[in-house]
Design a protein around this ligand. Sequence first.
Ligand SMILES: NC(=O)c1ccc[n+]([C@@H]2O[C@H](COP(=O)([O-])OP(=O)(O)OC[C@H]3O[C@@H](n4cnc5c(N)ncnc54)[C@H](O)[C@@H]3O)[C@@H](O)[C@H]2O)c1
Length: 442
Amino acid sequence: MKVTVVGTGYVGLVTGACLSEMGNHVVCLDVDERKIRILNEGGIPIHEPGLEEIVRRNVAAGRLQFTTDIPSAVAHGTLQFIGVGTPPDEDGSADLQYVLAAARNIGRHMTDHKVIVDKSTVPVGTAAKVRDAVREVLAERGVDIEFSVVSNPEFLKEGAAVEDCMRPDRIVVGADDERAVLLMRALYTPFMRNHDRLLVMDLPSAEFTKYAANAMLATRISFMNELSRLAEKVGADIESVRKGIGSDPRIGTHFLYAGTGYGGSCFPKDVKALIHTGRENGMRLEVLEAVESVNDRQKLVLVDKIVARYGEDLAGRSFALWGLAFKPNTDDMREAPSRVIVEALLARGARVRAYDPVAMDEARRVMDGLQGIEFVTTQAEALAGADALVVVTEWKEFRNPDFDGIKAALKQPVIFDGRNLYDPAYMKSLGFEYRAIGRAGA
Ligand SMILES: NC(=O)c1ccc[n+]([C@@H]2O[C@H](COP(=O)([O-])OP(=O)(O)OC[C@H]3O[C@@H](n4cnc5c(N)ncnc54)[C@H](O)[C@@H]3O)[C@@H](O)[C@H]2O)c1
């Protein structure tokens, strides 16, 4: 099938690459010339395991192309996926300007039937807005061309995006037109060979499902983070509690990890947007308001522990910070807890030496201008002469590090662990002062 993907970011690039892997002919369009140039020169603008290989293979086979040329991209695909960003507006609502601009571009250049697929995370009612935007442009052109609008929210996880896209748990398709559903089913059949995972529903339900999924996951994280604070007060160990409840199949083990709060490009903005949708409809979403405020506070939990240990004034102190990306296996720094932690430490006069296995360039870019942070290229360099090690992201390489080396390099053997990577008893036996999240004896 011929597919155009508008917006070649995390979602657009992965979707385009996976669709081409199944034999489809895909054109990925972006307005960002730098991104398209990198891709056309054989590079990959983001870090995502397995992506480079799949892109390279399909580009070589002539099934995957990248362009900034809007008319030819619109002409190419019968299916026009919109995967552009939907950042939060000042009031927390999803900013639809990029989605609607993409829709208008499709309307401006289409000459035959198109199925326009909203893949971006968009509030209920956006499909109708996309339809209106396209109709308006077609009317301006004085032409009458049939098109369908479909909602197909994306559920991939950064860091495992290719795997998620190739083997989806479910594919949600919101539509009110049979012809479009038929095409969507044909496109996705190769991704669900063992059983049908296509959930067809009405447009508003499909749009809502994506927000409900992210809001639920964010709620689990904030729930555990809040309980971890109480666990510290009452002498319980949140890791034991996590296992104790996660083994109940009604609860399950996923997204129950206490830590430094959720970040990334989705949870924070999607929770905000859903709260906003509630408000627009005369409803306060009280659970989600609490989820958000618990999370804001949790991003500072390590700083609170550092201040409790060293005092408010951190002038003259230096900290080794391991992990900058908002989670492992990505270089995405959007809303990363590390940003809040670094700023809070610097604001108290501390110096920070930071290391991340893949997010260094992105971190340098987003933290540009901050005084007192140095980006280094190894774990060891970050440690040299620091007062303590602060672990922020649970990269695999941090899970069993060289503890003797850490001890020798730090001024004193102190670790603040925002991801509960280590066993408090073991750390004690090694002579570390170990502070973690909601842990008995730490
Ligand atoms: N990143 C994720 O893990 C994830 C997962 C599921 C859903 N989503 C949703 O998918 C959407 C995209 O997210 P992302 O992380 O891929 O964003 P991104 O910022 O990585 O990519 C968006 C791309 O769209 C491009 N763009 C903007 N306007 C355009 C236009 N008019 N024409 C062509 N290109 C245009 C931008 O230049 C950018 O490259 C968002 O709504 C997000 O909430 C993201």
